[in-house]
Design a protein around this ligand. Sequence first.
Ligand SMILES: *[C@@H]1O[C@H](CO)[C@@H](O)[C@H](O)[C@H]1NC(C)=O
Ligand SMILES: *[C@@H]1O[C@H](CO)[C@@H](O)[C@H](O)[C@H]1NC(C)=O
Length: 509
Amino acid sequence: MSNRRFSHLLRGVWLLWLWQVVFVAGTGSKLWEVPPTSFTSSLNHSEIQQWEPHCEYRHPHEGMRITADTPPRLDGTWVSTRCEVRPGPEFLTRSYTFHPSRHFQALQHYYTDSSCEDPAYSLMIRGKHRLRQASWITRGGTDAEHHLSKVAIVVHNLAAKQRLVSRLPRTCVGLTLGQMVPGKLYELYNTRAGRGCMASLGFSMLEMGLIRVETQHHSHGGKVQELFLGDIHTDWTQRTQYTPTGYQQPLQNAMHHIHPCPVCALVYRSSEQRPPVLPRSPAAPLSLAGRWVSQRCETRPTVLFLTRDFTFDPNQHAWEGIYRHYSDPTCSQPTFTLRASGHYAQGNPSAKVSGASEFVFKVTQVKVTAMDKPTAKWLNGTRPGKCGQAGDWEVGVEKDLTPTDGCTVLSIKLPHKEYELFKTELDHRRHPLLFIGERPTDGSSPDRPHRRPTSFQPPMMLCSGGQTHPLHRYGSGFNSKQVQLAANGADRLTQLVLLVVGFVLCSLF
Ligand SMILES: *[C@@H]1O[C@H](CO)[C@@H](O)[C@H](O)[C@H]1NC(C)=O
Ligand SMILES: *[C@@H]1O[C@H](CO)[C@@H](O)[C@H](O)[C@H]1NC(C)=O
């Protein structure tokens, strides 16, 4: 069901953006113009993060300002700060170097285990990139293109070789895989051959299609720079064709990273022949008790900006999640807030991602607050019985969707069940972080066990003295894209948005 809806949604989204592109093109926009609320043109643009977590914990953002420049400056080496988990799951560390000549060299080290202790193989990727323009789809991001000139592989042991040989075509670029010797570098792809091998590996560098660099300016004068590259599609069959609209977890600049970062140093010093072997992190027992909040304004695939605020009460098996949605990448213009609650049950340790645990969440109640006029107007116009009390929506007033079993236009259906994957980790200050399963990129919901996530959303941090009032949960599963769009529109867009929404609605019902 969600898939069908989503394709309709995408058509709506696409129409809106198309219209904006045409509109802006007509007014003679500049290459670096930042769409879409204000149609002003500026070549250089530096946005300042507005949102700060409302959390009693003295968080790392204290005394800090975050800026993001468009176009981003990429020169230098950028490294993983932890063992990364991609959908599949795949476990890897990355070290990407960008040169002023626009050439780049990317090192990707793949592992068999979720703590990146057992390297399987490394890829050495060379190519050239070009920044194109401020993204039309993902505000705050920059569209880029790249051209690969060479991909080479080193397998680190015989077991890893066997696994690769079973996945890849028998020969790649003249290399007979069965004859690979561990520790030796082999070419897997060049500009003339090897596409089949790359596709079988599930490998692409499409992540280079969407780029954002954030700089944290600390009050004591230091800075931390983070490189966000495009997200990886959660469906394996889509990942080599998908044009990213969200981001992966950021890499940090090797010169400007958070201290201490032992992983950064290991990854920075690595080579394709000497993959970093990460130290085992002390097993932190998974305890959800308390309140967890986003560390930053988060960007999700297909134009969603949000922050999350969760509370868990293990004694009651109850949870509450507050999803604050915004129309801009600095989270300064709220559009609507969703408060979901229900119950949860902890299942087994995950067989796919060791250290993580399976959960089942039940959403029984959802309340929504429209935070701006276009959203209030839009929800106000929904058909009676489909989304709370029709004709009753006002800006800033929370409405209960439970009596209408959810909200059709927000794709919220109550009650709702989701299969989840959670893990906790300690950050560089030994403060707990909570990772919740990544939502399917196609906008559907992990509502069956086989759709349970294998990767994670950005971590949330624990607020000290987190309190246990009753609880709920988020769903990017709850498709709020239409509202997001409605909110994106400045006043003059409102009419068009309503048209588009009308189009989407017609398609839905
Ligand atoms: C934009 O930023 C670049 C890099 O900082 C600088 O060289 C250039 O002069 C700036 N251009 C404008 C129009 O501000
Ligand atoms: C919602 O609809 C009601 C009844 O149609 C109307 O009186 C009210 O002004 C509307 N509110 C908004 C915010 O559009």
